[in-house]
Design a binder for this molecule. Structure first.
Ligand code: GDP
Ligand code: MG
Ligand code: ZN
Length: 307
């Protein structure tokens, strides 16, 4: 062995992996043959140990412990999720946003909300902002019509996500590609209306790539995940936590859990429920509680019908 280094998998293609070493070098590696026998599959985002042999071949020797793992898109170790919710076109669907946030919480991913297309409705923008600030999430307002939002996000990502992996998510058409192009013009993403995309075949998915902060910001540690064409954290992961974990994944419920009259309180309609009391007192946003009830039913039904 001539050298050994730690790095991060930033792309994969045809059994070959591109690793960005902690020293800031890009190298192409193959996984050791034993990975196949052990049924271990490398994921973009994986932290790995790589080495070069005397013949100059570069190998991934080990996958370091994963913080989390997402099914679709397949990737590991996402630390920050920027969830876009547009004021209109499409209108916000709170239960979908809250489902994604709950999945992120379960996977120990920090969520930040970006209210997009603020130029279309400032009232809606304030409504969305109020809901998520009350829940304790940082909220950013963005519109292509105003440059300040771009500047604030740019420096926030560089600082907030240092050393991690940031990803953008949101429904089709909310403006993910537009925002990312505005932040990082070099990425050159395709944007367009939903109907245009359907015309082009919007179901074609592309592999995930990570862009090092050094490339995006000129300095710093960390990565931005490029997940075009589909929303991050496909809902499949949702099946993996049971209904008992749901209240824990609505983080603003935390101060009230354990204070209900009944230990098995579902926080939907029980007498003496501390969560419902907080809702009545305006400490929890009604849309968040409504999403909770919808998700509760979905998870409960799944359970009862047996997998
Ligand atoms: N009015 C307005 N339209 C926007 C804004 N951002 C994006 N759009 C438009 O919304 C459409 C969808 O944007 P796109 O970035 O492709 O959405 P994606 O599917 O989330 O990647 C495009 O026609 C954009 O021009 C914005 O801030 N304001
Ligand atoms: Mg897009
Ligand atoms: Zn309760």
């Amino acid at each position: 062995m001539t050298w050994e280094q730690n790095g991060t998998v930033i792309a994969s293609e045809g059994g070959l992996y591109e690793i960005y070493t902690d020293g800031g070098e890009r190298i192409q590696c193959k996984p050791r043959g034993r990975f196949r026998h052990e049924k271990k599959k490398l994921l973009v985002g994986d932290r790995v140990l790589v080495s070069a042999d005397e013949a100059g071949n570069k190998w991934v020797d080990e996958i370091l412990e994963r913080k989390n793992r997402l099914l679709r898109p397949p990737m590991a170790n996402v630390t920050h999720l920027f969830l876009l919710i547009s004021t209109a076109l499409p209108d916000p669907v709170y239960e979908n946003a809250d489902k994604l946030i709950a999945i992120a919480e379960e996977n120990r991913i920090e969520t930040r909300i970006v209210v997009s297309k603020c130029d279309l409705s400032s009232e809606k923008a304030e409504e969305i902002r109020a809901v998520y600030e009350k829940a304790g999430y940082p909220v950013f307002l963005f519109s292509t019509a105003e440059v300040g939002g771009r500047e604030r996000l740019f420096s926030y990502i560089q600082r907030d996500c240092a050393g991690g992996i940031a990803a953008f998510a949101g429904a089709s058409g909310v403006g993910k590609s537009t925002l990312l192009n505005s932040l990082f013009p070099a990425l050159g993403r395709e944007t367009g209306s939903v109907s245009e995309k359907i015309g082009r075949g919007k179901h074609t998915t592309r592999a995930v790539n990570l862009f090092p902060f050094a490339q995006l910001f000129g300095e710093g540690q960390g990565f931005l995940a490029d997940t075009p064409g589909f929303s991050l954290l496909d809902f499949e992961n949702f099946d993996f936590f049971g209904v008992e974990a749901l209240p824990l994944n609505f983080k603003e419920f935390a101060p009230y859990l354990g204070h209900c009259r009944y230990t098995k309180c579902s926080h939907r309609k029980e007498e003496g429920c501390a969560v419902l009391k907080a809702l009545e007192e305006g400490k929890i946003a009604p849309t968040r509680h409504k999403s909770y009830c919808i998700l509760y039913d979905q998870l409960k039904n799944k359970r009862e019908w047996g997998q």
